[in-house]
Design a protein around this ligand. Structure first.
Ligand SMILES: [Ca+2]
Length: 205
């Protein structure tokens, strides 16, 4: 009896070894799975924060530019073109007392900010309608005709859906709603980032 106990304590039987290895394997799988999901979750969180930051910066930029919109000729409104996913207007965004032509538009999934300086350094201001500089503000913009970036409201806060707006209608725009939809991989996590802001245009110069 004594010998039997001693023998058993000296080493593992094959069964014990198999059970031990099996248990160890389960533990390792658990650790791996935990690590995998933690990393994935961390990646999603990081990407979500990055998308939200990009969207917020873009929406801030557009809002700031459009708030400075100004009438540059007596015969044309401050907003030169107004459509679902594009807008053109004039504003002195670099504070040099000369207006620039701002052009926001979607090119595929890119939200672009185009800017053109006047061909003249004093009135009358002359623009060729060609962007001098183009900057991509958002790479993964998922706005579309069904989910437009820009919505226009006339007096009484009535939405004008006759897009693109005619010149007469553009001069009546008092509110602009910007709805930005950013999503790197539609259908996959993280969820799309959607930001909306309203810009009051009643004080257009
Ligand atoms: Ca300027």
């Amino acid at each position: 009896m004594f010998n039997l106990l001693t023998n058993n304590e000296k080493g593992l039987t094959l069964i014990e070894l198999i059970i031990g290895v099996g248990l160890m394997s389960l533990v390792l799988q658990g650790i791996y799975a935990f690590h995998y999901y933690e990393t994935k979750s961390w990646d999603n969180t990081t990407r979500s924060i990055a998308a939200r930051t990009t969207a917020q910066l873009a929406i801030n930029r557009i809002s700031r530019d459009i708030r400075g919109a100004q009438v540059i000729s007596e015969t044309a409104p401050a907003i030169e073109a107004a459509d679902k996913n594009s807008i053109i207007f004039y504003a002195d965004v670099d504070n040099d007392q000369q207006p620039e032509r701002l052009h926001y538009y979607l090119s595929g999934t890119k939200l672009i900010r185009g800017i053109e300086e006047s061909q003249t350094t004093k009135e009358p201001w002359v623009f060729n309608g060609v962007d001098d500089v183009k900057t991509t503000l958002v790479k993964d913009d998922r706005n579309s005709a069904a989910q437009p970036l820009f919505r226009y409201f006339s007096s009484m806060d009535v939405e004008d859906t006759n897009l693109p707006l005619s010149s007469a209608r553009r001069s009546k725009v008092t509110l602009l709603k910007i709805n930005l939809n950013v999503d790197k991989d539609p259908g996959k996590s993280p969820a799309p980032v959607q930001l909306e802001t309203t810009v009051d245009l009643r004080n257009i110069k």
